[in-house]
Write a protein that binds this ligand. Structure first.
Ligand SMILES: [Zn+2]
Length: 569
């Protein structure tokens, strides 16, 4: 055996807590290969394969010794040569190695010809143990026949056709997604600690600092600005992140704070409140190309950086994070424009659903425009913009006509209630009820399926947990929908009267001739502006409105005809 540690092994030695275990009967070679299909994140994918194999060795093997890691980088166009593959074969023939482990079969054998040559002949001939971790799982020591199973043949065939089994791919993507967020800097962000286990997620929550993070978000949520929050933290004598990290023994210097005073600054607070690290993201530096195979990574482009989700446990819930961001945005908008305009936060771009910002042109005419592309890059296709005074006129007309419609509805409801027989049901809600129930049932079936997949070894425990959590979350949401539907069904059972509060809410504004914020707040949920300047208004109390329409429909009255007749009178 070599006295010096081999170069590749040395580079990745930190991933192996145990390079040998016991007598070292199994002399292990890790073979990893990057192919052109893997996209451009070279180091990450190689690192990922090595991590998976290292974890497998740690959990599954005894009496082993890791001899070396053999790496072929197919991206540089030298795939045909496969230098380390040849080196690996030399080492097998010199009896330095008796066990080869790969992440998946197609790393080692690229097609059926390779497969027959390598697996059926070479592996058997040299009596080496060959392990492939992903599906189809192979371990020639435990099951020599696995090597010539139809699944293996199929996997090789698929690799040859570049058409991988999609369900397997999706499962694999789940695991890769979690793994790919390698930290770009050496230090964990404030609120996190480095995970002592290099094979698990990079960061774990720091119980002490994470409490401060939560408190900062709560304060912001309750309406405090960054300056006020910084003041509170300083008054409470809490160390700023730089001091905190120093006190924990990190040799840490923050590039943002050259002269650290130990104080919290508003900028520090703002930076924390904006950081997606706290909802589990990590920034992946400099990767500009978007890997189509990993479309689930939800890349967000900001200065050509990509954010990868689920890299570590969240400190802040998604809802909280979003609410805080919205609140801060609204507050900045108010301070920037001096006065909030009549429609602040109500008018959104139909494309990106973000609030429009007010700007004045050189004639001092006010416009509301979508700033998304300017602020975030090419994200919005609608790019809505509208003249503020024109919008006021149009919205007034639309609200007036909605109020007229409500008046019509009230008249119809009154008429229905005079009839001897009234139907208090809603076909729409009954259908919705059935549909939701079906979805719940099929999700429950998926839970059973993934349990079986896990039991049968098609899913790792971690993959099973991730998939399960997704399904259970979905079921929970469906159950909430179901509860709402039941509530509405009960409501309509009690009937709709012409004194319904819905009518009152709209009809008290019957004679308006101008808009005001109070009216808008009460009646309007959102106003969407399309690129052709057309306007969609979403009114409040939608549920009640739909119930009234259901009631009218069930009682056989065609709303359109009624309206025409009413106008003719
Ligand atoms: Zn937009």
């Amino acid at each position: 055996m070599n006295n010096h540690m081999r170069a590749n092994l040395k580079e990745y030695a930190h991933l192996f807590n145990i390079l040998r275990d016991g007598e070292g009967f199994w002399k292990i070679a890790l073979y990893v290969r990057l192919s052109k299909d893997d996209g451009k994140s070279v180091s990450k994918s190689i690192l990922f394969q090595i991590k998976m194999i290292a974890r497998f060795i740690r959990d599954e093997l005894k009496n082993f010794e890791v001899v070396d890691i053999y790496i072929d980088d197919g991206l540089t166009g030298t795939d045909f040569e496969r230098h380390d593959y040849i080196r690996l074969h030399d080492d097998v023939e010199n009896k330095e190695i008796n066990c080869i482990i790969v992440k998946d079969l197609t790393r080692y054998a690229r097609n059926i010809a390779d497969g027959i040559k390598e697996l059926d002949c070479y592996v058997l001939e040299h009596k080496i143990r060959f392990i492939s971790i992903d599906i189809p799982e192979i371990d020639t020591y435990k099951d020599p026949k696995a090597i010539s199973s139809p699944e293996v043949y199929q996997a090789l065939q698929d690799a040859e056709n570049h058409a991988r089994n999609t369900s397997v791919k999706i499962r694999r993507v789940q695991a890769v997604k979690r793994e790919d967020g390698e930290p770009t800097g050496g230090f964990p962000p404030y609120g996190y600690l480095k995970n002592p286990d290099p094979l698990e997620k990079n960061f774990i929550i720091d119980p002490e600092a994470s409490e401060i993070i939560k408190q900062i978000f709560l304060w912001s949520y309750s309406g405090l600005g960054s300056t006020a929050i910084a003041k509170k933290l300083n008054d409470m004598g809490i160390s700023n992140p730089t001091d905190y990290k120093k006190s924990k023994g990190f040799n840490y210097s923050n590039p943002h704070a050259k002269n650290n005073s130990g104080k919290w600054w508003p900028q520090t607070v703002s930076r924390l409140l904006k950081s997606k690290v706290y909802i589990g993201f990590m920034e992946q530096g400099k990767t500009t190309s978007f890997d189509h195979k990993r479309h689930k990574q939800e890349p967000v482009q900001s200065e050509k950086h990509i954010l990868v989700a689920d890299c570590h446990e969240k400190i802040i819930g998604d809802d909280m994070f979003e609410n805080v961001a919205e609140g801060r945005k609204a507050r900045t908008r108010i301070t920037k424009t001096g006065e909030p305009h009549l429609f602040s936060n109500l008018v959104c771009c139909a494309g990106c659903k973000r609030a429009l910002a007010k700007t004045n042109n050189k004639n001092q005419t006010s416009y509301l425009v979508c700033r998304t592309n300017r602020l975030l890059g090419n994200f919005c296709n609608e790019k809505a913009s509208v003249r503020l005074d024109k919008l006021e006129q149009d919205v007034l007309v639309l609200i007036q006509s909605q109020i007229n419609l409500v008046a019509d509805l009230q008249a119809i409801v009154e008429k229905i209630n005079q009839k001897p027989k009234i139907k208090n049901r809603s076909q729409r809600l009954e259908e919705l009820h059935h549909e939701t129930q079906n979805k719940i049932n099929s999700s429950r079936k998926k839970l059973t399926d993934s349990w079986n997949d896990w039991k049968d070894g098609f899913l790792s425990r971690e993959q099973y947990i991730i998939i399960n959590a997704d399904i259970e979350k979905k079921i929970e949401q469906l159950q909430i929908t179901q509860k709402n539907v039941l509530n509405l069904q009960n409501k309509i059972k009690q009937g709709i009267s012409s004194n319904d509060r819905y009518f009152e809410k709209f009809l008290k504004y019957r004679n308006i001739d101008s808009l005001n914020r109070l009216l808008l707040n009460e009646l309007v949920k959102k106003i969407y502006i399309n690129s052709d300047k057309s306007i969609d208004i979403v009114f409040n109390y939608q549920d009640q409105y739909l119930l009234i329409l259901d009631f009218i429909r069930e009682n056989n009255i065609d709303i359109k005809n009624q309206k025409i007749r009413k106008r003719e009178k």
